[in-house]
Each structure stands twice: as structure tokens, then as C-alpha cells.
Design a protein around this ligand. Structure first.
Ligand SMILES: *Cc1c(COP(=O)(O)O)cnc(C)c1O
Length: 816
């Protein structure tokens, strides 16, 4: 059962009086009005950050059913029957509530920190321990000043162990996290590069992180790292350290790595032991060592440790939307199914819509078998949602549903996954957003595979958090008040219109721009209500532009007159337009000396309203052209003055593209137009697009033979050739053939051999003996940058991005 507080109790915990006379019960906390599974039982915490104002979403939260608000200012018209907890600093108050909640528990609390591996160690600990104890843990990687209080809040009366991760980016932050988590056992995963995280020195970073452990009674860490060893010496509590050197608590003797597993030998309490880890990479081995230490400390025997470690898999914890059959979208998490992660997933399902219908496929919960209360509670909560249908797998659900009376949605129950698979054709999923969530033993990924749209196994991953990150990066470089127009032409530089548009609308950009009216229509149909400027219009598209509320760029007298004529005929009034001035690009736009005539024509009419005036810089990225850029800015500025004096009303002025945002602050005017930077096309940003393909076949080919069309590649040695499922029809340029391009697999690069074909490409993997059909290959992403691929082709990233063809499936990663 969930801990429940009344609004009066919450006010007490904060030493304030509530405003409003109702008394409301609260089980959940939310800082994001898009992420509320159960609004009526949620406290909405309005937190203003540099990126967005939480207070601006209070009304939205109210409309969804929230009745208690933690806020810094109360809206002027207090919402009826709502309760307000007004504090000077909502973040502090949130932390205070979580700390008070935490103090009610006397169970073990594991606090995990370190530069890498926090989330995986947390998830693995959960995996090996959840058979035996009720665990509350941080969702995903909620480890920040906001994430930690939300995590701690998940501790419930039946919680026997909490596993909470803590991440910091600067001095002073850990103290706050420590007082919320109050861990009893600490795990320090590893010490990374200090600079990457904003600390002056490694010592400073280490000291700050170890503040988390100040009240721990035991600490798990790897003391092979000299700095960590030094730190560990200073502490008085029980040290559960591991490493190769003598005198550690758990000593490593040897690691023998095979391709897919590792055998690890230990000395522990004067005896020898050995474990088989189901992976062989250093990072996973290190992460698993912390888990082994914890299990030993908790009293597990080596045999059980071996059994449970054997089950660990590198996690793919990203929740991602995939395209399904018949216009369905799938949100698949067939990794775990505890109550907390389920609630999280339901929140994600109910974010602003893709399809109107939302369905859930759910296995028995992986914890609390026999705890039917959890199931009943879940059903009650689902009743408050507009669920299209619920599909359950497992005996417990069957039992629960037999005892349940009317539900507001249809339910299909199955005892086993195989039964559901057989019944799938009859269920006929169509135009539904489907959450698939199940414990691992149910293997619901098979259901997901059946529902996934057919593909040729080449996918372009679009990382939406990276889009947000890149946007914020550029926002920091413009003055507050300067508006942001996001360029989403060419379907978001190839990344897709609807998803990118939604992400941008949410992060508060002011304007969108597309190249053609069709692209604007696609955005409107995806529910985007931001103003949209269309760069390329012509008279046949006026109808559709007007219908979808799209705003044309006007670049010539012909277009201006045609538009005026059309508006007069249709009786259309006050249509916003954007005037393009040509200051040197010589593509579209009014020449500078045409501006006086333009002004006259604009003055003679009342139908069209100039919403903005803009120009495009030719070479803002190029220092050698800075004088020319300044000249363009000057010409533009003059044209704007002439127009605004003559028109007598104000409009937005804009001319800076991505490069100019950083290089030419004098070009910012009222708004900047962010394009390639949003998609990670410059260095220093997060990559948004990652392209992956798979191996179709591997073959041995003798020296002297040739590979591919035209016999371009004669093999100099007996070789192993991997044929992969991407070709120039997918947008992998033909210039990359014959050793120019490389792809990344098995931790290395492999060169393209022979010509790139239409649908396939061959790689020389002679030096990678373990390559197999089905292996996933990075074409570009974390190891091979898109910039690198562009430079191999002597082109710019823009061309590579927008060249990925539409047959390549787009997968949207919502959270890392
Ligand atoms: C494409 C485009 C931009 C964005 O350029 P980036 O270099 O990608 O930032 C800005 N303005 C106009 C008119 C464009 O066509």
C-alpha cells in the first residue's frame, strides 16, 4: 500500500499553513504535468528552472485533476477546490518533504554515487535482490536535486530496502542529497574525469561525492584506484573494498575473458572462489563487482550469488517508441514489472497523444505475488484513465480479474505469453499506442516483435533528450527575451517532423519553420500549435496554408500580389507574413533597393500583416567572411528601420542561423533561427541521430578474389567479409566505398570493401573473428560521428542527415 499524506500533514511537514479549505490526500509527486499517472492523488510541485517555468503548468495540472500544489506564488484566481502550499523555494521544500518521508523508515538504504555505472549497479542490485526483499529504487536515472526526492518518495510502508542513486555536477550539491537519502550503505562506482563533470580537481570531486556516505555504516568501493584508496583510508566505517591488491575485503586474483563471458577468481576470507560473469567487458565486470560485494555483505552464499549473477544482462533501459503494425506505436519494456516502473511507464503512455487509443499489455507483477492489493490498486488507478483495453498475461492477473466486477475498459486475459501470441491476430491492434510491460520470465518482447512494423533492420535512432540539451545550449548564448525559431525543414533535417515538433513545442521554442507547406501540414496534424513559417510557397498552396494556419515567407512582388489577390477573393483578413530580404545570398528575397517599393505596396493594403522581417547569412561560420557577414547585418538593419518607420507597427527581426548564434551576437535581433545545431550537427553538442544496421551474412573469401560490383576490390589476403543491410538507397553515400568509409562493430572500426550497393554494403572484418549474422553495427553515432562520415564524403553534415531515406525506420528515444 502507498504512503498517503493529507495536504494538512504536508503543510505541517513544511511548517506552513495550507491555503484553501479542502483536505486532499496525496500519494504521488510530480514536477511535470505531462507525467502524471494519477493526478487526483498527486502533489504538483511547480519548479521554475532556466528551461521552463513549472508555475506555468499549474493550470494544466489542475485540469488533469491535481488539487494540491506546492508553489512559490499562488495564481491570482485561485482554482476552485484546490489547495496551495506556498513556500519561498519549491525545490528546497520538495527536498524537505522527501527527507521527512525518509525519516519514517528504519530499513537499509543503499546510496550509490560515482561517475559512471550508477544506474546499472542500481538496476542489477534490484535484479539480484528483489526475490527476497521489497525494494524501492530510483526510477531510471533519477539522481539529481529533483530526481532524488522523487525517488525517495517511492519508499512505502512495506519497503525493506531502498536503492537510491545520487549524481551531482558541482560543489555543495551532495550535502542536500545526503540529507534526503540518509543512506546506511554506500556504493562508490568509480571516479571519472573531473573536468567532464565541472570540478576543478579529482580530489575535490571525490571529497564532494563521499559526503553522501557520512552516515553510512559500510562502504563498497574499488580501492585499486589510488585516489579512492586514499579517501577510504580516512573513513572509520566498515570498508567493503575490492581490487587486485592485498588486504582488500574481496580480492580479485584473475579475470579470464572469453568472447561472451568472463571467469573471475577471488580470494575472500582466506578461501578461493570463482564466478562466471555473463559478459566480458571491463565496465560490466566492474559494475558486477559492486553487486557481488553487496551480496556477500548481505550474507548470500557463493552458489546463490553465481545463480543470480548469471541472470544479469547489460540493460537497455531506454524507453522508446517504436512504429508498430497498422499505425500502432509501441512502448516496450519487457525487462521488469514492479509497481514503480509500471507507474512510470503508464505516465509515459499518457503523454500528449500519438494515437487516441491507449492499450496496455501487462504480465503479472514481478514482486509481491500474493499481494493482491497491488493489483486491485492498479486496476482502480487504471479506471481513472481512458484505457482502450487491457491485455494481461499470467495466473495472478487471471485470479484477480475473476474477482473483479465491472471495469470501464475491456480486458483480455491469458495464462501464458504463448497463448497471447496465438491470439494476436484476433486482437487486431490498430491505431493504438500500446504499452508492453512485463517481468523478464514472461518474455513479452516476443509480443513486441510481432507488433513491430516490418523493417529491414536498419534504424535511425533519434535521441529527443539530446535535442533538448542542444536547444538549451544555444538558449544560453542568446539574451533572455530573444525568441527562438527552430528550423524543422526537410522533416527536422531528416529526424522526423511530428516527434521533433512535439519535443520542441514542449521545450518552449517560439516559432517553427519548414521548407514547404506539406511539412507544415504534417506538424499541424501531429498536434503542433506553435506558429509555423513556411519558406517556400506558391499560389496553389495558399488554400492549404490558410486552412492549417501556416505563415508564408514572402520573397517577391509576384508572390505578394498573388497572395493579396487570393485573400481578397476569399475574404481572408490579417494573415501574418514574413518578409525575406536578400542581403547577399541571392536565393530568395527582395533586393535591398526594392525595399522602398515593397514598403509602398505593403502600406496600400490592410490584409497582410508583417509578422517578421528576416534575411539569411551566407557564411556566418567562416571567420574569413566576417566582414561580409557584418555588411549583411548592416544592410538588413537598414531595411528593417525603413520598413518599421513606414509601417508604423513593430515586427520581429531575425537573421542568425546556428553558426551566427555563437559567432555573431550582433545578429541576434529579436529572434534567432536554430537549425543544424539542434540536431547535433556541430562539435560540442550531443548527437541526436544515430544510425545502426545489422549483419546479413559473413563469409570467408580467398586472396585474389574481388568483392562487389565492378570488381573494384581485389583482396590481398584471405579475408572475412560481412555483408550489412544498408546501401546508397538508404542514404549511405556511394562515395564511401573502397576503404573510404568505416563502420563500428565489436568495439572497432571495419572498412567498407568494394563499391557500396543499392541495399547493401560489404565490410572487411578479417580482424574481427567473432562477427556473426545479426550483429548490430553503428554506421554513425557514439563512436563514428556524423561529422566524420560527412568529411569522408567531402560534404557537410546537413547532407548526410537529410539524405537518410524514408525507408530507414526512425526510433525515438524518449529518455536515456
Ligand atoms: C536552414 C535555414 C536556417 C538554419 O540554418 P542552420 O545553419 O542549419 O542553422 C536558418 N534560416 C533559413 C532561412 C534557413 O533556410
Amino acid at each position: 500500500m502507498h504512503s498517503m499524506y493529507t495536504s494538512l500533514q504536508l503543510a505541517n511537514m513544511l511548517h506552513i499553513q495550507q491555503q484553501g479549505s479542502s483536505v486532499v490526500s496525496v500519494q504521488y509527486l510530480s514536477v511535470d504535468s505531462r507525467r502524471m499517472a494519477f493526478p487526483a492523488a498527486t502533489l504538483f510541485v511547480a519548479i521554475d528552472t532556466a528551461q521552463r517555468s513549472g508555475h506555468a503548468f499549474m493550470h494544466d495540472a489542475y485540469q488533469q485533476g491535481v488539487r494540491v500544489f506546492l508553489c512559490q506564488h499562488v495564481p491570482e484566481n485561485m482554482m476552485e477546490d484546490a489547495v496551495y502550499l506556498q513556500v519561498p523555494d519549491t525545490l528546497k521544500a520538495l527536498q524537505q518533504l522527501a527527507a521527512a518521508h525518509r525519516r519514517q523508515f528504519h530499513c537499509s538504504v543503499v546510496g550509490i554515487t560515482g561517475s559512471n555505472g550508477k544506474t546499472i549497479v542500481k538496476e542489477w542490485l534490484y535484479e539480484v535482490l528483489h526475490h527476497d526483499v521489497q525494494i524501492a529504487r530510483s526510477p531510471k536515472s533519477y539522481n539529481s536535486q529533483i530526481g532524488v526526492p522523487l525517488s525517495v518518495w517511492l519508499m512505502q510502508p512495506d519497503t525493506q530496502l531502498a536503492i537510491i542513486e545520487a549524481g551531482i555536477s558541482q560543489r555543495g550539491e551532495m550535502q542536500a542529497l545526503q540529507s534526503i537519502i540518509q543512506p546506511t550503505i554506500g556504493i562508490f562506482t568509480m571516479l571519472g574525469d573531473a573536468h567532464a563533470e565541472g570540478f576543478a580537481s579529482v580530489e575535490e570531486k571525490l571529497q564532494e561525492k563521499w559526503r553522501l556516505f557520512q552516515s553510512c555504516k559500510a562502504i563498497i568501493c574499488n580501492t585499486d584506484d589510488a585516489a579512492v584508496a586514499l579517501m577510504a583510508k580516512k573513513i572509520k566505517v566498515q570498508l567493503l573494498n575490492w581490487g587486485y591488491h592485498d588486504g582488500v575485503w574481496l580480492q580479485l586474483l584473475e579475470i579470464q575473458k572469453e568472447t561472451s563471458f568472463a571467469k573471475v577468481d577471488f580470494q575472500y576470507e582466506a578461501a578461493y572462489h570463482s564466478l562466471r560473469f555473463p559478459f566480458a567487458d571491463d565496465a560490466s565486470i566492474m559494475n558486477a563487482m559492486h553487486v557481488v560485494c553487496y551480496m556477500l555483505y548481505a550474507g548470500y552464499g557463493w552458489e546463490i550469488i553465481q545463480q543470480r549473477i548469471e541472470q544479469l544482462r547489460p540493460l537497455d533501459m531506454r524507453m522508446q517508441w517504436k512504429k508498430g503494425i497498422r499505425h500502432c506505436n509501441l512502448l516496450n519494456d519487457s525487462y521488469s514489472n514492479d509497481f514503480t516502473s509500471l507507474v512510470q511507464a503508464i505516465e509515459l503512455l499518457f503523454q500528449p497523444s500519438r494515437n487516441e487509443h491507449r492499450s496496455i499489455v501487462l504480465s503479472d507483477l514481478s514482486v509481491g505475488i500474493g499481494n493482491l492489493g497491488n493489483y486491485q490498486q492498479l486496476l482502480q488507478l487504471l479506471q481513472t484513465k481512458a484505457i482502450h483495453r487491457l491485455v494481461t498475461v499470467g495466473p495472478v492477473w487471471q485470479q484477480v480479474l475473476q474477482q473483479t466486477e465491472m471495469l470501464s475498459f475491456p480486458v483480455h486475459t491469458f495464462m501464458q505469453t504463448s497463448e497471447l501470441l496465438a491470439a494476436l491476430p484476433n486482437l487486431h491492434f490498430e491505431r493504438e499506442d500500446i504499452l508492453i510491460k512485463g517481468g523478464r520470465q514472461f518474455a513479452l518482447e516476443k509480443v513486441a516483435q510481432h507488433l513491430e512494423a516490418q523493417q529491414h533492420q536498419t534504424v535511425l535512432e533519434i535521441h529527443l533528450p539530446a535535442v533538448q540539451h542542444n536547444l538549451q545550449f544555444y538558449k544560453k548564448h542568446v539574451q533572455p527575451g530573444v525568441k527562438m525559431m527552430a528550423m524543422v525543414k526537410a522533416s527536422g533535417y531528416g529526424s522526423g517532423d511530428a516527434e521533433i515538433g512535439r519535443a520542441l513545442q514542449f521545450s518552449g521554442v517560439d516559432y517553427l519553420a519548414v521548407a514547404y507547406p506539406d511539412e507544415g501540414v504534417a506538424l499541424r496534424q501531429a498536434g503542433i500549435h506553435l506558429p509555423i513559417m513556411v519558406l517556400n510557397t506558391d499560389p496553389p498552396s495558399f488554400d492549404v496554408m490558410e486552412q492549417y494556419n501556416l505563415e508564408p515567407e514572402v520573397y517577391s512582388f509576384e508572390l505578394l500580389q498573388a497572395l493579396l489577390e487570393w485573400c481578397k477573393q476569399r475574404g481572408v483578413q490579417s494573415w501574418p507574413i514574413h518578409i525575406k530580404i536578400d542581403t547577399g545570398m541571392h536565393r530568395l528575397g527582395f533586393a535591398v533597393d526594392e525595399v522602398p517599393t515593397l514598403l509602398q505596396q505593403l502600406q496600400q493594403q490592410q490584409i497582410l500583416q508583417v509578422r517578421s522581417v528576416f534575411t539569411h547569412l551566407v557564411a556566418s561560420e567562416d571567420a574569413a567572411a566576417d566582414a561580409f557577414t557584418q555588411e549583411q547585418i548592416g544592410l538588413f538593419s537598414n531595411a528593417c528601420s525603413l520598413l518599421s518607420d513606414g509601417l508604423g507597427y513593430s515586427f520581429l527581426k531575425h537573421c542568425a542561423n546556428t553558426a551566427a548564434i555563437l559567432r555573431h551576437p550582433s545578429a541576434h535581433f529579436d529572434m534567432v533561427r536554430l537549425g543544424v545545431g539542434l540536431y547535433g550537427g556541430n562539435t560540442g553538442l550531443q548527437p541526436v541521430m544515430k544510425l545502426y544496421t545489422t549483419v546479413a551474412q559473413v563469409k570467408k573469401v580467398a586472396a585474389g578474389e574481388t568483392v562487389g560490383y565492378g570488381r573494384k576490390a581485389e583482396l590481398q589476403r584471405p579475408s572475412v567479409i560481412a555483408t550489412v543491410r544498408i546501401g546508397y538507397a538508404d542514404g549511405y553515400p556511394r562515395q564511401l566505398g573502397n576503404g573510404i568509409g568505416h563502420m563500428w562493430l565489436h568495439g572497432q572500426t571495419a572498412p567498407v570493401v568494394g563499391n557500396v550497393c543499392m541495399d547493401m554494403t560489404m565490410l572487411d572484418v578479417t580482424d574481427l573473428p567473432t562477427v556473426q549474422p545479426g550483429d548490430v553495427i553503428e554506421v554513425f553515432g557514439d563512436h563514428i560521428s556524423i561529422q566524420q562520415v560527412a568529411s569522408w564524403c567531402h560534404t557537410i553534415t546537413y547532407e548526410i542527415m537529410t539524405g537518410i531515406s524514408q525507408r530507414v525506420k526512425r526510433v525515438y528515444v524518449e529518455a536515456e
